[in-house]
Design a binder for this molecule. Structure first.
Ligand code: SF4
Length: 96
């Protein structure tokens, strides 16, 4: 289900306003470069900031979208996502 316009102001999570998929109560947002899809689950994010420190050209909470997947290679993205301590970030390889 696509549910645009959701705001998380006031509960400590970042504000995002487009392309959320809500399934079984789980909110996830997906970013794809055609080869890999990075999935972000805001409810799991502990805001440790490791993603921002590791790939600042990709992750910038002050901008929209806050993830600019095109600014890193697929290998860089995979390596960074594996370091997310909360499991908020994950990825799936796209099938042709
Ligand atoms: S590394 Fe993971 S838990 Fe930390 S801010 Fe980024 S998405 Fe959130």
């Amino acid at each position: 289900m696509d549910n645009k316009g959701i705001s998380f102001k006031g509960n400590g999570l970042m504000q995002c306003n487009s392309n959320f998929n809500i399934m079984a109560g789980e909110i996830r947002k997906e970013y794809s470069n055609g080869e890999i899809t990075v999935i972000w689950k805001p409810r799991k994010c502990t805001h440790a900031g490791i993603c921002v420190k590791t790939l600042p050209q990709v992750y910038n909470p002050r901008e929209k979208p806050w993830i600019k997947i095109e600014n890193a290679s697929t290998e860089e993205l995979k390596s960074q996502v594996d370091q997310c301590p909360s499991g908020a970030l994950s990825y799936a390889m796209n099938t042709p």
